[in-house]
Design a protein around this ligand. Structure first.
Ligand code: IMP
Ligand code: MG
Length: 190
């Protein structure tokens, strides 16, 4: 039992075998912000059936919660892009590892991304999906690391603007770990 769900912001959350994390965003903060985004999206897409495309794996939790927070008739799809390998530094340009299953032509596409850092990944995906003639294509990012931006990308919905620290949890990993944390934290040993 590590009882991480009750941690408050700034608290240190010990995780079995994983050292300590400083809590940046609690599970409650994330849940209430994602609920608000879900309502906004429900209003903006009223009468449409948007396609929520998650950038795997990091956006899996965000997409799932966002979809449930907006009482819309919507569809889910997924794609996967690699450029970061398993560590914290970029390793070459983005590459499409797996594509969406469905056709995006004519669809209102809402790209769900966990964290936008340099902007390269989102920029690459916007180019790739944008060339397939969607009816609309906008981005919902849970986290916006504005100080790290190298390429300007339009973000229609943003959960939180944060600093340059490498963060983990709520889908985000470091070397594939920490994705299942209910909060977002900064690993202490970094
Ligand atoms: P960008 O292409 O530099 O914007 O980086 C976006 C991708 O890098 C995300 O999809 C993540 O996979 C990864 N990434 C960037 N910053 C972080 C972080 O703080 N924690 C976990 N993954 C990150
Ligand atoms: Mg990663």
């Amino acid at each position: 039992m590590h009882g991480v769900t009750t941690e408050s912001q700034g608290a240190k959350a010990p995780l079995a075998g994983a050292g300590e994390l400083r809590v940046l965003l609690t599970a409650d903060q994330i849940a209430s912000r994602v609920r608000a985004l879900g309502l906004e999206i429900a209003r903006d897409y009223d009468g449409e059936r948007p396609l929520l495309v998650a950038v795997l794996k990091g956006a899996c939790m965000f997409q799932a919660d966002l979809a449930r927070a907006s009482a819309l008739d919507l569809e889910l799809d997924f794609l996967s892009v690699s450029s970061y390998g398993s560590d914290t530094t970029a390793q070459g340009p983005p590459r499409l590892i797996s594509d969406v299953r469905g056709d995006v032509a004519g669809r209102h596409v809402l790209l769900c991304e966990g964290v936008v850092d340099s902007g390269r990944t989102v920029s690459y995906i916007l180019d790739a999906l944008g060339s397939r003639r969607p009816a609309s294509l906008v981005v919902a990012a849970l986290l916006n690391k504005l100080p790290c931006r190298k390429i300007e990308v339009p973000l229609r919905y943003v959960g939180f603007s944060i600093g340059a620290d490498f963060v983990v949890g709520y889908g985000l990993d470091r070397a594939e770990r920490y994705r299942n944390l209910p909060f977002i934290g900064i690993p202490e040993e970094m």
